[in-house]
Ligand binder design. Structure first.
Ligand code: XMP
Length: 537
């Protein structure tokens, strides 16, 4: 069996959890997010790839779907091992699926039931409605409607337009709702999911960063024994947290490799390397900037630059790894959204940019893969990092692309352009860190930000391949333009530009033009994603 799956499943057997079967809805991930916020561990699996259901599975949720249960090709799942044996909650398509296959009836409704509705509770004693207000708002989004309930079922809530908005099957813990409790617009949705997970399934809600660390360290020790492991550090949150967890589990058997690709930000390699050493990690720093710059000479196409950087990284990393005798595993900082994306019902989304910098590395090295963060969302990785005692500057670092400044210098990369971009970037990022603000933190959504930097999801500077005329003192200048970029986002899939304070932008622009030789103009990028992307290349 594939090692990646093995690790995840083995871990799952130790932790009580809710299994979410995904029929392809856009908001399935939100069901997972909500449960995790309740400290309930859950896993999302495609409806057609159900894992073995162990004793740790306390309940099952069926998600919504873009399909209609009446479609010929409607997703089908065999519930014989689940329904009546474990608590089950059908949401939207899930509710209609249970109705359709267990003696009820689903028909296309004349009007699409879409948007806000008021939920009238019919059975106030139902565990599902504990702490839920009568007439609270719910979010509907379906074209079909249930016209006849399945056998032994009774309605437990309705709306003005939908008579069977929620039902329960008597004699078993099967519940179904035609609205979406996972979305923000369903006012008491989180309470309903809590009722299902904690009260009906009996989960303890003990999925905390500390419990994750204890369980993961124990299972890594068991899985890795005395084997040697190699891990590529990038300075980013995910690889750092993965390294500290592995270090806790296997200590010196972990060797970390941190490659200076010559495209990092000002002083970044030295600063981050020092932090790693302070944390007690067994880390090797490899200076190989010259190799990368050599490979980038004359290359201007963004994808060709990415490929050149990616393949050079693989060569450098592989050469270093060869020196570590007896290494059997390659550790990676893969996180849950990557996992869901790659096994989702719809398959991986189409490629816009090739983000996987190290694709091909595991095959080349012939090592087994270990991914201790495969079950975590990004904010959970940060909470685990904090519980591990990693300092906030590292945990709260903005995402930074693997190809580094190489894709923020549009066109060919040269030493001179790198110097300009590094200096400008340093002024912008330090400026953000020194500017106070009263906004929520981007890395810890329930806390206030320490400064402007901390309130932003990602910021950086881009060197445009454009020279323009300016005037410096009495002299005409003809120099480069720097673009500033700052966005808020939750996962990088969509992003909005940040409304930076004018006074801040004025100061940064002044500082860059006065202090960075070679720049006479600064612009601010006010495009959102989509249709723009976060990086310019
Ligand atoms: P885009 O530019 O596609 O970026 O909106 C979304 C997020 O991904 C990061 N990014 C990359 N990360 N290798 C990476 O490791 C890459 O080639 C790459 N390209 C973009 C980007 O910084 C943003 O966080």
């Amino acid at each position: 069996m594939d090692e990646k799956v093995y690790f995840c499943t083995k871990f799952s057997f130790m932790q009580e959890m809710i299994l979410i079967l995904d029929f392809g809805s856009q908001v399935t991930q939100l069901i997972g997010r909500r449960l995790r916020e309740l400290n309930v561990y859950c896993e999302i699996h495609p409806y057609n790839k159900i894992p073995v259901i162990g004793e740790n599975v306390k309940g099952v949720i069926l998600s919504g779907s873009p399909f209609s249960v009446r479609d010929e090709k409607a997703p089908f799942v065999d519930l014989s091992g689940i329904k009546g044996k474990l608590p089950l909650l059908g949401i939207c398509y899930g509710a209609q699926f249970i109705a359709q296959h267990f003696g009820g009836e689903v028909k296309g409704s004349v009007a699409r039931e879409y948007g806000r509705a008021q939920l009238h509770l019919l059975d106030l004693s139902s565990l599902m409605w504990l702490g839920v207000d009568d007439d609270s708002q719910v979010w509907m989004s379906h074209g079909d409607t249930i016209t006849k309930l399945p056998e032994n079922a009774r309605a437990i809530a309705c709306t003005d337009d939908v008579f069977f908005a929620a039902y329960k099957i008597d004699g078993e813990e099967t519940y179904a709702v035609q609205f979406h409790p996972e979305v923000f617009h369903t006012e008491d949705g989180k309470q309903m999911l809590e009722n299902f997970a904690i009260r009906i399934c009996g989960c303890k809600g003990d999925w905390t960063p500390d419990s994750f660390i204890d369980n993961t360290v124990a299972s890594l020790r068991q899985q890795l024994g005395d084997d040697k492991v190699i891990l590529g550090l990038s300075g980013g949150v995910d690889s750092t947290v993965a390294a500290v967890l592995l270090n806790k589990a296997i200590g010196k058997n972990l060797t970390c490799i941190f490659v200076d690709n010559g495209l990092l930000r000002k002083n970044e390699f030295e600063d981050v390397l020092d932090s790693y050493k302070e944390m007690g990690l067994n880390v090797i720093g490899v200076h190989s900037g010259h190799l990368f710059l050599e490979k980038l000479k004359g290359v201007t196409d963004p994808e060709a630059k990415r490929k050149a950087i990616g393949s050079t990284f693989i060569d450098v990393f592989d050469a270093e790894a060869q020196k570590i005798e007896g290494a059997r595993w390659l550790a990676q900082g893969t996180i849950y959204p990557d996992v869901i994306e790659s096994v989702s019902v719809n398959g991986p989304s189409c490629k816009i940019k090739s983000h996987h910098n190290v694709g091909g590395l595991p095959e080349k090295m012939n090592l087994k893969i270990v991914e201790p963060l495969r079950s975590l969302f990004k904010d959970e990785v940060r909470r685990v990092g904090r519980a591990l005692g990693i300092k906030r500057e590292l945990i709260g670092r903005h995402p930074f692309p693997g190809p580094s400044l190489g894709i923020r210098i549009l066109g060919e990369v040269t030493e001179e352009k790198l110097r300009i971009l590094r200096d400008a970037d340093d002024i912008f990022i330090k400026g953000l860190r020194n500017w106070p603000c009263e906004l929520p933190s981007a890395s810890y959504p329930n806390e206030m930000a320490d400064n402007l930097y901390d309130s932003i999801w990602q910021a950086g500077t881009i060197l445009l391949p454009v020279k323009s005329v300016g005037v410096m003192g009495d002299e005409r200048s003809y120099e480069y333009t720097i673009a500033l970029r700052a966005v808020i986002s939750t996962d990088g899939m969509t992003a909005d530009w940040v409304h930076l304070p004018y006074e801040f932008m004025a100061k940064v622009s002044n500082d860059i033009i006065n202090k960075v030789r070679g720049v006479n103009r600064v612009c601010y990028d006010i495009s959102s994603k989509p249709p723009a992307t976060i990086e310019w290349e």
